[in-house]
Design a protein around this ligand. Structure first.
Ligand code: 5AD
Ligand code: FES
Length: 349
């Protein structure tokens, strides 16, 4: 086990069999060793800095029906909302006052937000705050749509691949969703010039160690600038309501493996990780993560953006989250960084 971990830390490459071996056999002591190696590589490129992104969840309408997700189309109990351009700008203004330089606009795949409306939002934020980065996380779109958003000033795009295994993908999504399309979207985004983020849930239903290894190798090959992973957490209104959530151990193991496979990637300690453990995000930093995405959505809509049960921070004001996360980062021995926090290897085309 130690030889494999050392090999990974030195070469940043392992085979599928080797990854599966680690996932299946790692014990607590080796896990600690792996986390230390991963932290060390993070430090080499980014130091102890943790980059902050302001997350604005601007719509929970969604035309998709992913089986795991609380805001899936067929969940009739979801209380739907959309933020207006004015409300989004109010969030951005609050974010600016709190010192943020990156806005992540996340939403379901909501047809109300046509390309023209998305372009309008991106332009409004970029013209008021030209030095900030705008990240979109609004799902699968055509090459042309992605290009329009990019030309309007969007810098980054988050689109988790969810699972790199075709059969597994089919077990998590309705028939009309295709893994190949999602992967094509990621490749298009990269070609256009975005910093891209892929990722997956840890311990989603039907996931196996082999599938996790496939996810890791897919990420290695795609080479995204960011990787978003967090534990699967059941939502009470979905067919997976009785499935077990992912654990902190499984998630931090994946964080460390990703850090070692993709040394310079930006890797968030996600809200989902903070949800399954009160100090989950801190454990994420110790495993090699270096990004946090505090919530900036208006408190009136926070609870409604419920992808999974018991999500943290839903009752807190933007300023409270900002200060809470700052304290956590400092107490855990890291340094808050409010700059744009681009990937060290990236320059805009
Ligand atoms: N548990 C954890 N993460 C989830 N997501 C969606 N539903 C859940 C859930 N039940 C994740 C997906 C999606 C991201 C925005 O949130 O990976 O890409
Ligand atoms: Fe939101 Fe702690 S980060 S309350």
């Amino acid at each position: 086990m130690r030889n494999l971990i050392d090999k990974l830390a030195e070469t940043h490459v392992l085979s599928k069999e080797e990854l599966v071996y680690i996932i299946k056999n790692i014990n607590d002591e080796d896990r600690k060793y792996l986390h230390e190696k991963a932290s060390c590589i993070r430090d080499k490129y980014y130091g102890k800095k943790v980059y902050l992104r302001a997350l604005i969840e601007f719509t929970n309408y969604c035309k998709n029906d992913c089986y795991y997700c609380g805001i899936r189309k067929s969940n009739k109990n979801a209380d739907r909302y959309r933020l207006s351009l004015e409300q989004i700008m109010e969030c951005a203004d609050i974010g600016h006052t709190l010192g943020y330089n990156t806005y992540v606009l996340q939403g379901g795949e909501d047809p109300y937000f046509t390309d023209d409306r998305i372009v309008e939002i991106v332009k409004a934020i970029k013209s008021k705050y030209p030095d900030c980065a705008v990240t979109l996380s609004i799902g699968e779109k055509s090459y042309e749509s992605y290009k329009k958003y990019y030309d309007a000033g969007a810098d980054r795009y988050l689109l988790r691949h969810e699972t790199a295994n075709e059969e597994h993908y089919k077990k998590l999504h309705p028939e009309k969703m295709e893994l190949s399309n999602r992967i094509q979207c990621l490749r298009n985004l990269k070609e256009i010039g975005y910093q891209i983020g892929a990722g997956f849930m840890v311990h989603s239903p039907y996931q196996t160690p082999e599938i996790l290894a496939e996810d890791l190798l897919f990420l290695k090959e795609l080479d995204p600038h960011m990787v978003g992973i967090g534990p699967f957490i059941p939502h009470h209104d979905t067919q997976f309501k009785d499935e077990p959530a992912g654990t902190v151990e499984e998630t931090t193991l994946m964080l460390s493996l990703i850090r070692l496979l993709l040394p310079t990637c930006l890797l968030p300690a996600t809200t989902a990780l903070g949800t399954i453990d009160p100090v989950g995000r801190e454990k994420g930093f110790d495993a090699g993560a270096n990004v946090a995405m505090p919530n900036l959505s208006p408190t009136s809509s926070r609870k409604k953006y419920e992808l999974y049960d018991n999500k943290i921070c839903t009752g807190d004001e933007a300023a409270e989250c900002r200060h809470c996360i700052e304290n956590r980062i400092n107490l855990a021995g890291y340094e808050l960084d409010m700059s744009r926090g681009d990937n060290v290897t990236w320059t805009r085309k």
